[in-house]
Design a protein around this ligand. Sequence first.
Ligand SMILES: *[C@@H]1O[C@H](CO)[C@@H](O)[C@H](O)[C@H]1NC(C)=O
Ligand SMILES: *[C@@H]1O[C@H](CO)[C@@H](O)[C@H](O)[C@H]1NC(C)=O
Ligand SMILES: *[C@@H]1O[C@H](CO)[C@@H](O)[C@H](O)[C@H]1NC(C)=O
Length: 230
Amino acid sequence: MVAFNALASLLVSVSAVLASPAPRTLPIPGNCNVTSAKPDLPSGQTNITVPSGQVPEKITLGVGVQNYTCTDAGTYTSAGAVATLFDISCIYDTSQYSTITKVAYDIWNAIPNNEISNVVETFVKKAFPVFADHYFITSPSGTGISPVFDARATSHKGDPNAFVLAARTGDLAAPTGNQDIDWLQLSNVQGDLAKTVLRIDTQRGQPPSSCTPGSELISVKYTAAYWFLN
Ligand SMILES: *[C@@H]1O[C@H](CO)[C@@H](O)[C@H](O)[C@H]1NC(C)=O
Ligand SMILES: *[C@@H]1O[C@H](CO)[C@@H](O)[C@H](O)[C@H]1NC(C)=O
Ligand SMILES: *[C@@H]1O[C@H](CO)[C@@H](O)[C@H](O)[C@H]1NC(C)=O
């Protein structure tokens, strides 16, 4: 019954997304030019910016989980993330854009567990092609972990350099409140996919405020917009 309700709600939500007024016939092709698009960043701050000389090349929707492990001090610390990034460049200039991470979060949150993320993919993919996979690997220095955005198995098959391994160069508390993970500026360390990746318009993904030392890794659902700049 729980599963049925979640699926029914998913279908209703996806139908609503697909049926909402849009100037184009769906499915939307994933090749819209967004070089003139401007991310909606809070004014009066310099933590997150579009670096001079760079322009957006892709606007994507990330749907996934933030992982956390429990420290000996009883607080959660980041253990990376796993997400699928969908190309939403073609809705940047439509009324759907401003609510897309919220709508996607509500769909994702209605699924009873993380394993059926492929159900989300099956439906969201109808409108938005998969652009890249997002995950973490051991940093090139050998210490810590680094975010990777990898399009080699998705939108850029056959291109060995279609990834970006990045380092955090800017961090802004989410202007929407502390239930949402920070907005980030990530700069290229390796790969050709982007010079800069911005993580903005985040929805949820924060861990509980405390944990029992020794407890298992947790995965917290989130969505965000990831802008790829070149
Ligand atoms: C995208 O549009 C800009 C002008 O806004 C143009 O300079 C650029 O060549 C276009 N890129 C592609 C790939 O068509
Ligand atoms: C901006 O970045 C600085 C330096 O990392 C940090 O101390 C500050 O909290 C950030 N501001 C916000 C609003 O997150
Ligand atoms: C994060 O959690 C997901 C399951 O929710 C798992 O598939 C993935 O391997 C985890 N990643 C890391 C780096 O622990």
